[in-house]
Design a protein around this ligand. Structure first.
Ligand SMILES: Cc1ncc(C[n+]2csc(CCOP(=O)(O)OP(=O)(O)O)c2C)c(N)n1
Ligand SMILES: [Mg+2]
Length: 193
């Protein structure tokens, strides 16, 4: 982990958060005028989560993402020009414009991919951690997920396997208390996720 006391560390973190906010505001502008295909799931308000979590990683490590993945990628150091090209469906994008906002990925940065399926990124990230364990590569995986993905089967199965096998993975629940319009309390008994 980078030292918390490293010179400029805190201002670097703030700059990353700011970069995410500016990127998302730009995406929203393009979405509003119909330039962006698909949906714009923005990361506005959650910038600190990805920024803080990704600051603990080394280049060789992995991240798993969600349908709200732009912030995760920027915090991981992805090229925002290639991201924007991807989001706009252009061939210069990370996936030649075929993945768009919700399935963008690049193994250059260990970015296992955003995922339009709620909870879909959890087993993928758990698989990466399993590989790191059996090959003893010392890679760590951070798996981001929304609160509503904790009601998916993939969440329970993956965390059980990760726990049973002591996999090198950290699951980060981005709990904004809602899955679209459904409040957390309506769909789960354990609200302290
Ligand atoms: C398996 C699955 N079920 C339903 C949906 C529709 N859907 C898209 S986003 C979303 C809510 C996600 O909520 P959460 O995981 O808390 O993330 P947030 O959007 O709050 O960041 C749902 C239900 C989906 N994409 N995939
Ligand atoms: Mg949520």
């Amino acid at each position: 982990m980078k030292s918390n006391y490293q010179e400029n560390f805190l201002t670097d973190l703030y700059a990353t958060m700011f970069r995410i906010r500016e990127f998302e505001e730009q995406v929203f502008e393009l979405y509003k005028i119909g330039l962006m295909p698909g949906l714009a799931h923005l990361y506005i308000g959650e910038e600190a989560i990805a920024t803080g979590a990704c600051a603990t990683l080394e280049d060789k490590d992995y991240i798993g993402s969600t349908h709200r993945g732009h912030g995760h990628l920027i915090a991981r150091g992805a090229d925002t020009k290639k991201m924007m090209a991807e989001i706009l469906g252009k061939k210069d994008g990370y996936c030649k414009g075929k993945a768009g906002s919700m399935h963008i990925m690049t193994l250059d940065k260990g970015i296992l991919g955003a995922n339009g399926v709620v909870g879909g990124g959890i087993p993928i990230a758990t698989g990466a951690a399993y590989k790191a364990k059996i090959k003893d590569t010392k890679q760590v995986t951070i798996c981001f997920m929304g609160d509503s993905s904790t009601n998916e089967g993939s969440f329970h199965e993956s965390l059980n396997m990760a726990s049973a096998w002591d996999l090198p993975i950290v699951y980060v629940i981005e709990n904004n208390l809602y899955g679209i319009s459904v409040g957390l309390k309506r769909v789960t008994k354990v609200v302290d996720l």
